[in-house]
Design a protein around this ligand. Structure first.
Ligand SMILES: Nc1ncnc2c1ncn2[C@@H]1O[C@H](COP(=O)(O)OP(=O)(O)OP(=O)(O)O)[C@@H](O)[C@H]1O
Length: 636
């Protein structure tokens, strides 16, 4: 059976091209400038191949002209141009790409960045133009031709005059409609903005007349009452930067260059803490320039913040915020990636599911981490600034991914310390651990000062053990997720067993508890409904009592989760409380004596001690008046 060719309804296809591929009409300019750049590249490539000298990129500008009165927008290049046949093939055949054919026919050269590949970009012109005229003269030919079309109804090609080789595209911009403003594409500042946005790194100068105003020079004979006068002037300006800073050699660039690029590009008023400039060749080839800001943007910790890096392919902007290039825990990073290795989709607005992109993202993640570690080691002040701005995001990353990024993120974490007057890393803590120290101790609370005053702190500092002090609501959740740092387990100082007691000491407490069973039971009864039990502990030094939680919810977690529930609605949680008493404290001795006397004061003491323990932990007190009265009674 003979295989038949598919037929295409060209009118419908063109309509699809024009109206369905691109989400933004402004893309037309990117496409036409990219075509002009490709055509110029081809000419440049051939000139180099033929050994022609004297041709420089600067001598091959892409010229833009706005003729507002006639609604015309002209894009002219001095590239390879097209013959009549090429016009038929390239502009008359949808999805035929002369540029792709050129790329395939010629060896890849470092100096050539052909952009076109799908053979559809040109038709984007019809998104904004009601009439398109292409006048072109192929390099080396004396003949020129004019291709004209109003879109769906086909095109004409006819010979014409053109003095030089190259292509001139004349768009007649559509009239405004109720919903669409096309006039914007006749405004020089808008066009300048679009060139900057999408085509800043096209390697040929993109030039346009710009009208600006300036103060007139003061005449020599101007009197005291001279008032400055302004005048308008027009200058042919190059709109694009051409060579992206990331394509320049690192040796050429100073910190100031990176900083001023960053502040301008990302509208930050402060320079970044550091930059990462890296060119990678291998399985994937890319250049990246990343910046770590010195402060969090206003919306950083809100859902409005959009993470992502700018993604360029051959110097053309593909995506302004490519989220897939950055993991959430490094969402604060700004910057760009330039790679020719991407599978672009036809509109160049999206990427096909791309393994290269994944590989780039993974490699960037490692680079960001190592840069941060370097800063932590060598520029501690900067790192502390970074930590103040984005530490929460790192902790959140360690927590939310269920510890999946443990290895990656744990070394970046910083905490206050009970022994040091600065923030410390886990590695620094581990390096100071005592020989007999089994755990990494941490304590959570409202403020660092309050944490340092927690009763159990004394016991650990007597041992010479450092305690990490955590005052951020996410801290405890994060540490629980990490569970260990290297081979050392984390241990909350609110745990019943801090691993400090010998077997003999444990036995001793057990025996003491047996001996004082009555008083402990009486106290438990007095606090029924408030605590699960009352126990003796060896965790205290000078304090008579403290509170701990039993079960998965700690006292800190109860505070945090209930605060969140109060804001967002939701169920409140309750930590099972255990009141621990210091068996060595005179208060306990007093309680034992009162119990032996059969005094009813035991229950008042129980209430006072429990409320004090709540206050020390920063927990809410149900009835502060009853507590105040009980203390007053005792005093009087
Ligand atoms: N200014 C120009 N000078 C010379 N040839 C051009 C010019 N503009 C377009 N062409 C030719 O027309 C072809 C089709 O252009 P079009 O923009 O539709 O697709 P493309 O650039 O090849 O691919 P893509 O859709 O990926 O942009 C190009 O491949 C090129 O051969």
């Amino acid at each position: 059976m003979a295989t038949k060719q598919f037929k295409a309804e060209s009118k419908r296809l063109l309509d699809l091209m024009i109206n369905s591929i691109y989400t933004h009409k402004e893309i037309f300019l990117r496409e036409l400038i990219s075509n002009a750049s490709d055509a110029t590249d081809k000419l440049y490539y051939n000139a180099m191949k033929e050994g022609k000298t004297g041709i420089t990129r600067d001598s091959l500008p892409i010229e833009l002209t706005l003729d507002k009165a006639n609604r015309r927008f002209i894009i002219e290049d001095h590239g390879c141009g097209m013959t009549a046949e090429e016009m038929e093939n390239n502009l008359g055949t949808i999805a035929h790409s002369g540029s792709l054919a050129f790329k395939n026919e010629n060896e890849k050269q470092d100096d050539i960045d052909i952009i076109g590949q799908f053979g559809v970009g040109f038709y984007a012109a019809f998104m904004v133009a009601k009439h398109v005229e292409v006048v072109s003269r192929a390099a080396g030919s004396d003949e020129a031709n004019r291709w004209e079309s109003d879109g769906a109804d086909g095109y004409t090609v006819a010979p014409c005059e053109k003095a030089e080789n190259g292509t001139k595209i004349v768009l007649t911009i559509k009239d405004n409609t109720e919903n669409e403003n096309y006039d914007e594409f006749l405004e020089p500042y808008r066009i300048q903005g679009l060139v900057k946005k999408y085509s800043d790194y096209i390697r040929y100068p993109i030039k346009m007349d710009m009208t600006r105003s300036r103060m007139k020079e003061k005449p020599a004979d101007a009197g005291d009452d001279y008032k400055p006068e302004w005048e308008e002037y027009t200058e042919n300006e190059t709109l694009n930067s051409m060579v992206p800073i990331w394509k320049k050699s690192k040796k050429e660039l100073k910190d100031e260059d990176y900083n001023s690029f960053y502040t301008q590009k990302f509208y930050d008023y402060q320079p970044p803490l550091c930059h990462i400039h890296s060119s990678v060749e291998g399985a994937v080839t890319y250049t990246a320039m990343l910046f770590i800001p010195s402060h969090a943007p206003m919306d950083y910790y809100t859902k409005d913040y959009e993470k992502g890096l700018q993604l360029y392919s051959n110097g053309v902007l593909i995506m302004d915020k490519c989220a897939d290039l950055l993991p959430d825990h490094f969402s604060f990073v700004h910057g760009m990636v330039d790679t020719a290795d991407l599978s672009l989709n036809i509109s160049r607005e999206m990427l096909q599911h791309d393994r290269h992109l994944k590989a780039i993202a993974q490699s960037l993640e490692k680079k960001i981490k190592s840069e941060l570690l370097k800063m932590q080691k060598d520029k501690r002040e900067d790192y502390e600034k970074f930590w103040a701005a984005f530490g929460r995001q790192i902790k959140y990353g360690a927590y939310v991914e269920y510890g999946a990024h443990k290895e990656l993120l744990q070394d970046l974490l910083m905490y206050h310390s009970s022994t040091e007057d600065k923030l410390v890393s886990l590695a620094e803590y581990a390096s100071r651990m005592k020989e007999d120290q089994k755990y990494i101790y941490y304590a959570c609370g409202e403020t660092i000062d309050k944490i340092k005053l927690l009763p159990v702190m004394e016991t650990l500092s007597d041992k010479g053990y450092e305690v990490l002090c955590m005052d951020d609501s996410i801290d405890e959740f994060c540490v629980k997720m990490l569970a260990k740092y290297n081979d050392k387990e984390f241990k909350s100082i609110a745990d019943a067993d801090l691993g400090l007691d010998s077997e003999d000491e444990k036995e001793e407490i057990k025996k003491l508890s047996e001996d004082n069973k009555d008083v402990l039971e009486a106290l438990g009864k007095a606090l029924e409904g408030k605590v699960k039990k009352v126990e003796l502990t060896s965790r205290l030094k000078s304090h008579p009592c403290c509170l701990r939680a039993e079960g998965p919810v700690t006292l800190e977690m109860e505070k945090v989760l209930n605060q969140q529930a109060a804001v967002n609605g939701g169920q409140s949680v309750h930590a099972e409380r255990v009141l621990e008493l210091n068996a060595e404290h005179p208060i306990f001795k007093k309680l034992c004596a009162l119990q032996a006397e059969g005094s009813d004061k035991v229950s008042t003491y129980a209430d006072i001690l429990y409320t004090q323990a709540l206050l020390i932990e920063g927990m809410p007190v149900d009835d502060p008046v009853a507590y105040a009265n009980a203390v007053c009674n005792l005093l009087s």
